[in-house]
Design a protein. Structure first.
Length: 241
């Protein structure tokens, strides 16, 4: 990977997909109608996306359970994707029933409503869990920048300010790219949270190495990538993750 290899962070948004692209010193935010357009536009370099890659079939994915535990107070930001049978249903009740039969839990509305996005990514990536396109979680990435989970959610002004400050510390042009995106796209197409998430995923894409949840996944097991951080604990006894 060269200094000008594109580093791409992607999040789903009402317009389709919002991508933060870093090429050398240039940072820009753009939208694509289809996920395949992102990978076709940037055929080289890492792409981190906040969409499940690989679905549960008999129990919840270990990567989601580990991510929720790792995030502590922000564990509510981790949702559990529909099972392989549930995603085939286009009616919520049927999908939730299939999901409960498969994994023992009902399906959240949030997870149900991103089924088309999950299908889009699956059509491009398949079951390649360690390829160029990697599943990531923005809150784990922000925790990596912060050294611990960010206590405040992105939906509030305080949480947004904290995340913008974290991004500005590590990425020149982050503030300019954020403000420019808000000026160019209406909130009905791209939300503030979507831009922040794509920005932090692009930061994680530049990391020389990334940790995963679970920490040691099986070769055929879904995993979530993030910059590692230490869980705060008793003085002198940090637990590295």
């Amino acid at each position: 990977m060269t200094d000008d290899t594109p580093l791409v962070g992607v999040d789903a948004c009402p317009a389709g997909w919002v991508a933060t692209v870093r090429e050398g010193d240039i940072v820009r935010v753009e939208t694509h109608e289809a996920f395949a357009a992102v990978t076709e536009t940037y055929p080289e370099g890492p792409i981190l996306v906040d969409i499940p890659i690989g679905l549960p079939s008999g129990s919840r994915r270990r990567c989601d359970e580990a991510a929720s535990e790792l995030l502590g107070c922000r564990g509510i930001s981790v949702f559990y994707p529909p099972s392989e049978r549930a995603i085939a249903h286009d009616e919520y009740d049927a999908a939730s029933d299939a999901h409960r039969a498969d994994v023992g839990y009902g399906l959240s509305q949030q997870a149900f409503h991103i089924r088309d996005k999950i299908r889009e990514v699956a059509d491009v990536v398949g079951d390649d869990y360690d390829g160029r396109v990697k599943e990531a979680h923005p809150e784990l990435c922000f925790a990596g920048l912060n050294g611990q989970p960010v206590a405040y959610g992105k939906s509030g002004a305080r949480g947004r300010r904290l995340r913008r400050a974290l991004l500005a510390e590590v990425l020149d042009g982050a503030e300019r790219a954020y403000e420019d995106a808000l000026e160019r796209y209406p909130r009905s197409a791209v939300r503030r949270d979507d831009v922040l998430d794509s920005l932090v995923l692009s930061v994680a894409a530049a990391a020389p190495s990334l940790a995963t949840t679970p920490a040691s996944p099986d070769s055929d097991e879904p995993r979530i990538y993030y910059p590692g951080f230490a869980i705060p604990g008793p003085p002198g006894r940090p637990e590295n993750v």
